[in-house]
Design a protein around this ligand. Sequence first.
Ligand code: B12
Ligand code: SF4
Ligand code: SF4
Length: 262
Amino acid sequence: MKRIRSKEIKAIAREEGVDSVGVASADCVETTPIRRGPRSVLPEAHSVVVFAKRMLTGSIESPSNEVVTSQSLALYEELDRISYVLGCFFEQRGYRAATVPSYNPVEMTSETKGFVGAVSLRHVGQAAGLGVLGKNNLLLTAHLGPRIRLGAIVTTAHLDPDKPLTDDLCGDCGACMAACPVDALSEPGRTHTGRCVRKVLPHGLTGLIKYLTKNLDQPMDEIKQSFLDPNFWNLYHFLQVGLQYGCHACINACPAGAAKPG
Ligand code: B12
Ligand code: SF4
Ligand code: SF4
């Protein structure tokens, strides 16, 4: 089996259009019930390659929810595509590789409530030297701050790992905490997921349960009427679309990253 060098796989990732890429050992993050490391998707893995692609500032700051959502969906598809391309490179050279979903699916058990991904991309991203965790509990890179989405591929190949960064990009700032409309960042570095999810995914599972509970215990005429309510149409629409992101305030407020376009 031919040895693969980190710089070789990084060059391919860059050709595929990533803004930054790093490598960490598969042991970099342990698997716990609420935080998943690389071995949770490939137990015999040795390395994880983590990469980031920029969010478009004009899109995430757009007043159009449709634009905000479609940009997130497009980016997640692109990250999953790149993960697959890198995976093929490893498997064609005799190594195994497992793609990490950049967002969905997530594990829907009563223990995780869907809030835990197959591998925690922020934590492996930090281990791979891509950036540091900010007070908004997001990975900040020196170049783009938190305006990135992350993808990864886990592999049995032995790659030379990068060094984690130790810089403090937050200092005295607390702009994200002040900007959060539902006070989900009241403790630096920790997300109150229950609060955030209601804001970020208003037509997600919580919204659906609330709507059905409120409307389905009614006389038949009122149940019929409830299907003509635009709230129901939104729930239906987002069940089809699969994702909606109603809030980027803790990203938009962040001064970290030199590359915010004017
Ligand atoms: C589920 C999920 C959510 C959930 C839960 C959020 C969460 N904190 O995990 C919800 C829907 C709320 C959410 C919201 C958002 N998300 Co999200 N999400 C994910 C997903 C799919 C899984 C995350 C996961 O596994 N979480 C479980 C654990 C790891 O969460 P944790 O909060 O870090 O928990 C640890 C700490 O809080 C700590 N802890 C626990 N208790 C305490 C107590 C104290 C005092 C302290 C200090 C710490 C601490 O220990 C926990 C376990 O280690 C990832 C993709 C992925 N696979 O990683 C994207 C991801 C994290 N999301 C992302 C984004 C961008 C967002 C949003 C901005 C929404 C949007 N507009 O896109 C918001 C930001 C919210 C925020 N500021 O934290 C990006 C982040 C990119 C970046 N720059 O870092 C990711 C990586 C997706 C991607 N592919 O890029 N998300
Ligand atoms: S995404 Fe919005 S609701 Fe969630 S933590 Fe960030 S600012 Fe708060
Ligand atoms: S807004 Fe300020 S405190 Fe929050 S993550 Fe960005 S630099 Fe850190």
